[in-house]
Write a protein that binds this ligand. Structure first.
Ligand SMILES: Nc1ncnc2c1ncn2[C@@H]1O[C@H](COP(=O)(O)OP(=O)(O)O)[C@@H](O)[C@H]1O
Ligand SMILES: [Mg+2]
Length: 319
């Protein structure tokens, strides 16, 4: 089977991780193409074609997307064209839901997964009026960001008000006002593959921050999640339609809360926990691609059986 890892040009920063992923994929697939999404073209005329440097992506058996929130509109167009012929883990809807933190919280809360109380508005004035009911400190978030970049921690209503006034706000742009879950700048990242949490780390923010993202200077340490966290993470992934994703949980005084699902979870967890995430992803993808393409599993027993019956049939014919 042929596989294509759909990444983005920026992977040069974490190239070693991607090379590891390709190496593990090559244990199961031949060839494995590492294709930056920046070089993919979608063309319509009499038909639709999705190509990467002249190669039609429909000719691949598997696409493994590794794309962050800003690539989702383009990425999901690609996937929706390939959906019937090519296997990829995670549903298109999962990418849509996870690329919007609020949409994610809506889906999770509908399925009784604990999430922080969060209010969504498109008005600065309206969001300011909500601060009192949410309490202090408060978290304000922008959609479509990652790595902690769109997250603001306001210690009190005064700081939140001044921030909201100064916040460059485009017409129609959503503002999330979220309950702060008390924790010492820590959260837990659970890497879910299928029905399992295959790796887990605690992320601890740097001294003068509350955002624990590795990209915001947070530090990751291996962590053994509680059974409750594991159940929540696997359920959260299922609810949004994801097979491979990173679920972020904050363990607050009232118990664990899921704050987001990441469809492009960072690979640093592999270095931090020592778990070969790449192999686990490749194994899972291979197993499910075989099911998708109806490749029959032939056991050694069946093969031996087949040989014997052919042998006896030939013998019978001769006699
Ligand atoms: N409601 C909250 N209460 C406490 N800390 C939070 C809350 N929301 C986010 N954080 C902190 O900010 C970090 C980034 O928030 P998150 O919503 O995951 O945004 P991003 O997509 O940028 O990672 C989290 O990992 C956590 O450390
Ligand atoms: Mg996060």
């Amino acid at each position: 089977m042929k596989a294509c890892v759909l990444a983005y040009k920026g992977i040069t920063k974490s190239k070693d991780y991607y090379l590891k992923l390709v190496k593990e994929m090559e244990r199961y697939f031949k060839p494995v193409l590492l294709a930056p999404i920046d070089n993919v073209i979608i063309e319509v005329k009499d038909d639709v074609h999705v190509t990467y440097k002249g190669k039609d992506l429909k000719n691949f058996d598997v696409i493994l997307p590794r794309i962050g929130p800003s690539f989702i509109p383009f990425g999901t167009l690609i996937l929706s064209h390939l959906e019937e012929d090519v296997y990829f883990p995670n549903t298109i809807e999962a990418y849509r839901v996870a690329s919007n933190k609020f949409y994610t919280l809506m889906e999770l809360s509908k399925h009784n997964i604990p999430v922080p109380r969060t209010l969504l508005t498109i008005s600065q004035e309206m969001s300011k009026s909500l601060l009192k009911s949410v309490g202090e400190p408060v978290i304000i978030k922008r959609l479509g960001t990652s790595g902690g970049k769109g997250v603001v921690y306001a210690k009190d209503i005064q700081s939140a008000n001044t921030f909201l006034d100064a916040f460059p706000h485009k017409r129609g742009q959503e503002i999330l006002v979220e309950e702060y879950i008390k924790n010492p700048g820590e959260d837990v990242r659970l890497f879910v593959i299928g029905d399992e949490v295959v790796a887990c780390m605690k992320r601890i923010s740097k001294k003068d921050d509350v955002r624990s993202n590795i990209h915001a200077g947070g530090k990751g340490v291996p962590y053994s999640p509680t059974d409750e966290m594991v159940k929540l993470a696997v359920k959260a992934a299922k609810v949004i339609g994801a097979d491979i994703c990173g679920v972020d949980i904050i363990d607050g005084p009232g118990g664990p809360y899921v704050i987001e699902c990441n469809m492009n979870p960072g690979f640093a967890i592999s270095r931090i926990t020592g778990v070969n995430i790449f192999r686990r992803m490749a194994e899972f993808t291979f197993k499910n691609a075989r099911i998708f393409h109806h490749v029959e599993e032939i056991s050694i027993f069946e093969r031996v059986n087949e040989r014997f019956s052919t042998f006896f049939k030939e013998l019978e014919d001769r006699l």
